[in-house]
Design a protein around this ligand. Structure first.
Ligand code: NAD
Ligand code: SIN
Length: 471
C-alpha cells in the first residue's frame, strides 16, 4: 500500500478486492460547490424522479451488488441481498418522509398576507459511512440529502471502498451528475480533511463513538454546520417471565450474533432474572452451538460470516480474555476458527461477578450475561451505560413493557423483538453516546433541509396607523 492509495481484502478469503487511489479532498469540495446551485434549483419532482431511476438501476444490478457486499464485508449472501433491498426501499421512504416532515405549507390570511414555510438545502454535505452496512447506511443519508437539494461527497469506510464506489456509480448511471454525488476515497486523514473543510455545510456520520466525538470536537467552533452523529451502543436485552424460552433464545441469538455481532443495534448484554437463568442458558447455548459460521457464498448458507479483518478479530479475542481475567465466567468461548482469517465462533460470558463491567461497545459476536434478582434491578442494569441506542424486553405483559419503555434510555425500545433489524420507515437514532438527537432513517429529512418562514403579499400595500404627525 503506497501513501496515496490503498488495497482492501475479502475478509473470508484474504483475496485482494480493490486497489484504489486516495481522493483529493479540496478538489472534491470545489467540484461539489460548483454543482450546488444547479442541483438545488432543479424542481423537486425532477430530483425525486432521478432517485426513482437510481432505485430502478439498483434493482437491475442487485445480484452483482449483493455479491460485492458479501465479498467485501464477509456477511452471508442472503444478508447482503437484504442490504440491497434496503437501498432500493430507501427511495420511496425518503420521498414520503420529505413530503411529510419538510414539505411546504401555506396559510392564507387576507390582512397579513400569506404565511409560508418552505425548506432549503444546506449545500454541500459530507457523508461518512461505516463498514458493517457499507451501502444501506450511507445511502440512508445520501438519498434524503439529494432529495432535499444538497450535493453530497461520500467517503466510505476505508474497509469497504469497493461497495462505496459501486453505490456512487449507481447514482451516476441513473443520470445524477458526477459532481452532485461524489466518491471520496480515503481513511481517517481524508475523513478529517473533509469534516473540517471550510466549504462543506454539514457532516452526516455513521460510525464509532470515538470518531463521532472527534468530529463533534472538530466542528465545535462551527455551530452553523449540521452534524448528525449515529454511533454505537452497549445494548441490553432483558428477559423476564415467559413460558417461551426457546423463542426468547432465538431472539437473543438474532440480537447478538446477526452479522457476526457487527450491528450498532446488536445486543451486547443479556440481563436475566435469577430463576430463568439455568433454563434460558440451556436453550441459548443449545441454539448458539448450531450456528453456522462460514464464507458468504458457502452452501448451506451460514448464519454469520467472519468479522471484518484480522485486527478486529484479535481485538475481540483480547477483550474476551480481559473479561475472563476480571471475573467473567465463560459459557461459550470466543474462538478463532481459521488460521489467518477473521472467522470467530460466538462467545458468551457471564459477567455477573465482575466488579466493574467495561461500558464499551465490543463490535463483534460477544454476548455478556448478567443475572439479576428482579425487574427493578434488570432495568437499573440495562440503563447502566453511557450509550442509549437500542434495548429489548422479552417476556412479561403490557404493564411490564410500559414500565420498561418509560424507564429505559434509548432511541429504540422493543418488546419481544430483537434489538436490531430497525425499520427505515421509523426514526433511527440513540441518546447518550449513541447519537446527538438527529435521528436518521425516516427522520433524516429533518437534518437535510432547514425551514424558512415567509410572509407574503402580492402587492406592497402598507399603512402606519399610530405614531405619525398629522398631515
Ligand atoms: P468508524 O468510526 O471507524 O469509521 C466510520 C467512518 O468515519 C469511516 O469512513 C472513517 O474513515 C471515518 N472516520 C474515522 N475517524 C474519523 C475522524 N476522526 N474524522 C473524520 N472521519 C473519521 O466506524 P466503523 O468501524 O467503520 O463502523 C463500526 C461502528 O459504526 C460501530 O461503532 C457501530 O456501532 C457504528 N455504527 C453505528 C450505526 C448507527 O446508525 N448508530 C450503524 C452502523 C454502525
Ligand atoms: C446497524 O445499522 O448496524 C443496525 C441496523 C439494525 O439492524 O437495526
Amino acid at each position: 500500500m503506497s501513501d496515496n492509495s490503498f488495497v482492501t481484502y475479502e475478509p473470508a478469503t484474504g483475496a485482494e478486492i480493490l486497489r484504489v487511489a486516495v481522493s483529493d479532498i479540496d478538489e472534491c469540495v470545489a467540484r461539489a460547490r460548483r454543482a450546488c446551485p444547479e442541483w438545488a434549483m432543479l424542481p423537486l419532482a425532477n430530483r425525486m424522479e432521478l432517485m426513482r431511476r437510481f432505485a430502478n438501476h439498483v434493482r437491475k444490478v442487485a445480484d452483482e451488488f449483493a455479491e460485492l457486499i458479501a465479498r467485501e464485508t464477509g456477511k452471508p449472501l442472503w444478508e447482503a441481498r437484504t442490504e440491497v433491498d434496503a437501498v432500493v426501499g430507501k427511495v420511496e421512504i425518503s420521498i414520503n418522509s420529505y413530503a411529510e416532515r419538510t414539505g411546504s405549507k401555506k396559510l392564507d390570511n387576507a390582512l397579513q398576507g400569506r404565511a409560508a414555510v418552505r425548506h432549503k438545502p444546506h449545500g454541500v454535505m459530507a457523508v461518512l459511512g461505516p463498514y458493517n452496512f457499507p451501502a444501506h447506511l450511507p445511502n440512508g443519508h445520501i438519498v434524503p440529502a439529494l432529495i432535499a437539494g444538497n450535493v453530497v461527497i461520500f467517503k466510505p469506510s476505508e474497509k469497504t471502498p469497493a461497495v462505496g464506489a459501486f453505490l456512487v456509480d449507481c447514482f451516476h448511471k441513473a443520470g445524477i451528475g458526477e459532481d452532485v454525488i461524489q466518491l471520496a476515497i480515503g481513511a481517517v486523514e481524508e475523513g478529517k480533511a473533509l469534516v473540517s473543510h471550510r466549504d462543506i455545510d454539514g457532516v452526516l456520520f455513521t460510525g464509532s463513538v470515538q470518531a463521532g466525538v472527534a468530529i463533534n470536537r472538530a466542528l465545535a467552533t462551527n455551530p452553523a454546520k449540521i452534524v448528525a452523529l449515529e454511533m454505537g451502543g452497549n445494548n441490553p436485552v432483558v428477559v423476564i417471565d415467559t413460558p417461551m424460552l426457546a423463542d426468547a433464545a432465538t431472539l437473543i441469538v438474532q440480537s447478538a450474533f446477526t452479522t457476526a455481532g457487527q450491528r450498532c443495534t446488536a445486543a451486547r448484554r443479556l440481563i436475566v432474572l435469577d430463576h430463568l437463568y439455568d433454563p434460558l442458558m440451556a436453550e441459548l447455548l443449545k441454539l448458539t452451538e448450531r450456528l453456522i459460521v462460514d464464507e458468504p457464498f458457502a452452501d448451506p448458507q451460514p448464519f454469520m460470516g467472519p468479522v471484518i479483518d484480522n485486527r478486529t478479530a484479535e481485538m475481540l479475542l483480547e477483550s474476551f480474555v480481559h473479561l475472563l481475567t476480571h471475573g467473567g465466567k465463560p459459557l461459550m468461548n470466543l474462538k478463532r476458527l481459521r488460521d489467518g482469517l477473521p472467522f470467530l465462533s460466538p462467545g458468551i460470558i457471564d459477567t455477573t461477578a465482575m466488579d466493574e463491567r467495561p461500558d464499551v461497545e465490543l463490535f463483534g459476536p460477544i454476548l455478556q450475561v448478567v443475572k439479576v434478582p428482579d425487574f427493578d434491578s434488570a432495568i437499573a442494569e440495562a440503563n447502566n451505560t453511557r450509550f442509549g441506542l437500542s434495548a429489548s424486553l422479552i417476556g412479561g405483559g403490557p404493564d411490564d413493557f410500559e414500565r420498561f419503555w418509560n424507564s429505559i434510555r434509548a432511541g429504540i425500545i422493543n418488546w419481544n423483538r430483537p434489538t436490531n433489524g430497525a425499520s427505515s420507515a421509523q426514526p433511527f437514532g440513540g441518546v447518550g453516546l449513541s447519537g446527538n438527537h438527529r435521528p436518521a432513517a425516516y427522520y433524516a429529512a429533518d437534518y437535510c433541509a432547514y425551514p424558512v418562514a415567509s410572509t407574503e403579499m402580492e402587492q406592497p400595500r402598507a399603512a402606519i396607523h399610530i405614531g405619525l404627525t398629522q398631515r
